[in-house]
Design a protein around this ligand. Structure first.
Ligand code: FAD
Length: 108
């Protein structure tokens, strides 16, 4: 029987659940969607991968002094995720070919 039930498996719910479990609580995370991750999940259609929400994360790569809260949570949990530093910032890295993400201003 869980001591704590977290409703929602977005980054917030997963962080709360993982930290509570890290400190010894019995946690259950409930999710109404078919995929965990909330706004930050992804999906595949006809071989193309889509981000449902965020596609820009800063502070998750090699810098051990990063102040990114998610990076600090992952360090506390002893978890590592693969991350490639933006170089230059805003330049997305795909295996092949290489695309550049451009911000454009649209006339109103
Ligand atoms: C289009 C878009 C682009 C974004 N781009 C970026 C970006 O580039 N960089 C960045 O850092 N951030 C970005 N963000 C913000 C970031 O995605 C969110 O701040 C973060 O994912 C929110 O996490 P959360 O856990 O607070 O909420 P959510 O991700 O919304 O998670 C809530 C979860 O709770 C579930 N839920 C709700 N009600 C119930 C219920 N009654 N029972 C069970 N489950 C329930 C939902 O299904 C969902 O899975 C973007 C967001 C969007 C929408």
């Amino acid at each position: 029987m869980p001591e704590i039930i977290v409703v929602g498996s977005g980054i917030g719910g997963l962080v709360a659940g993982a930290l509570l479990a890290r400190y010894g609580k019995q946690v259950m995370v409930l999710e109404s969607h078919g995929i965990a991750g909330g706004a930050a999940h992804s999906f595949v259609r006809q071989g193309f991968h889509f981000d449902s929400g965020p596609s820009f994360y800063c502070g998750l790569s090699a810098d051990p002094d990063s102040v990114n809260p998610l990076r600090q949570v992952l360090a506390l949990l002893g978890e590592k995720i693969p991350a490639t530093a933006y170089d230059p910032l805003g330049h997305y890295h795909f295996r092949k070919p290489r695309y550049r993400f451009l911000a454009i201003e649209m006339p109103i």
